[in-house]
Design a protein around this ligand. Structure first.
Ligand code: PMP
Length: 395
């Protein structure tokens, strides 16, 4: 028998409440029952996105949502500024180029956050840019970008700030309206704790104006159609048959997130990330992005004497814990531990403990227990001493 644990930066584990909904019969989507659930999902999404703007629900994965932002909000030849710095920043550029947009890259070295002076320069040199695309958490490097500051720069221009928050939503602090982020794209298989398959996209008034001015040739992923169904039908609706099961599961997961509270959700992720970092550093490993680490995922440099692919494989196959290797240029150079969504302190302690054993088995000079102890010390600061409670129980 082996238990499976997903400590990857997505897909992440599903809470029992979400699993239970997945086993139920689905309602037809053009019924009052489903429409009422969909209405509630749309309202709850606003809380999680921290916005008063509409949030579209598209039945397509994260990359599909990113593509839909490019195709709905810009035309062939339009200039778009892209903040790179990893596989997913680069993905914005690749999508833009695939659709004939004029992509201006703000090059960010992998493992670093964007230099705001470089972004400022790009914005000044390209006043005709209609969009700035960025990433909240660059999943390939584990970096969190300074979204509030980026948004402040873009808000002073006619461009829309379009943010990939696929691995950041419900993990990293994100205040869409307060910070003036025009478009936020989220996926569902990470902080939102349901399987992959939906894209959730908020559109500010500035983005809605851009949408109405843009003649695009999208059909299935049309924002105009999705917005029309959401806002102008009697009840919020979708233009096509949506992924009903995922929407029902999303309803369950959003309830859990809102019950915990956004501030608490962000704090929990910060704590887990800090504990993972403390643990791996205490094992003698190096962080790939020590200066701007994200609360969702930690990229750890693979020591030269260790075969990173083998490390990840043993942890997964022998111990049932899915962590992941490096992507793109970081293949074999880093391994990544996800700590988002349905993830708690005990998951972190378990993962660090297994990492220590496997590093030890592979010959890395790790002292068993030191990494776990570093995380335990951190968690101890967060919990009240239980001695008094014990005494009050008469033990
Ligand atoms: N952006 C980021 C930051 C991601 O982490 C991912 C998924 N790893 C994507 C985009 C792509 O999402 P999907 O795999 O659902 O297409």
């Amino acid at each position: 028998m082996k238990k499976i644990h997903l400590m990857s930066p997505g897909p992440t584990e599903l809470p029992p409440e979400v699993l239970a909904v997945g086993s139920q019969q689905i309602p037809h989507h053009r019924t009052p029952v489903f429409r009422s659930i969909f209405n509630e999902v749309c309202q709850q999404l606003k809380i999680v996105f921290q916005t008063e703007s509409p949030v579209l629900v598209l039945s397509v994965g994260g990359t599909g949502g990113m593509e839909a932002c490019i195709t709905n909000l810009s035309k062939v030849g339009d200039k778009i500024i892209v903040i790179t710095g990893g596989v997913f920043g680069e993905r914005w550029a690749k999508i833009g180029e695939a659709f004939g947009r004029n992509v201006i890259r703000v090059i960010v070295p992998w493992g670093e956050a964007v230099d705001l002076r470089e972004l400022y320069k790009a914005i000044k040199l390209n006043p005709d840019a209609i969009m700035v695309c960025g990433t909240l958490v660059e999943t390939s490097t584990g970096v969190e970008h300074p979204i509030k500051e980026i948004a402040r720069l873009v808000a002073q221009t006619p461009a829309c700030f379009v943010l990939d928050a696929i691995s950041g939503i419900a993990a990293s602090e994100l205040k869409t309206d307060e910070w003036k982020v025009d478009v936020v794209v989220a996926g569902t298989q990470k902080g939102l704790m349901i399987p992959p398959g939906l894209s959730l996209i908020s559109l500010s008034e500035k983005a809605q104006r851009r949408l109405s001015e843009t003649e695009s040739d999208v059909f299935y992923l049309s924002f105009k159609k999705a917005l029309h169904s959401l806002l102008h039908d009697k009840n919020p609706d979708t233009p096509w048959t949506p992924n009903i099961s995922l929407i029902l599961q999303l309803d369950a997961s959003l309830k859990l997130i809102i019950e915990e509270g956004m501030e608490k959700v962000w704090e929990r992720h910060q704590l887990l990330a800090e504990a993972v970092r403390a643990g791996v550093v205490a094992m003698g490993l190096q962080l790939f992005a020590p200066d701007n680490p994200s609360p969702s995922v930690t990229a750890v440099c693979c020591p030269v004497e260790i075969n990173g692919e083998l490390l990840v494989k043993i942890i997964r196959d022998d111990w049932g814990i899915s962590i992941v290797g490096g992507q793109g240029d970081l293949n074999k150079k880093v391994f990544r531990i996800g700590h988002l969504g349905y993830c708690d302190r005990s998951d972190v302690l378990m993962t660090l403990s297994v990492l220590e054993i496997v590093l030890y088995q592979l010959g890395f000079p790790v002292h068993l227990g030191e990494g776990v102890a570093a995380a335990q010390q951190l968690f101890l600061k967060e919990v009240p001493a239980l001695v008094d409670k014990q005494i009050s129980l008469g033990v």
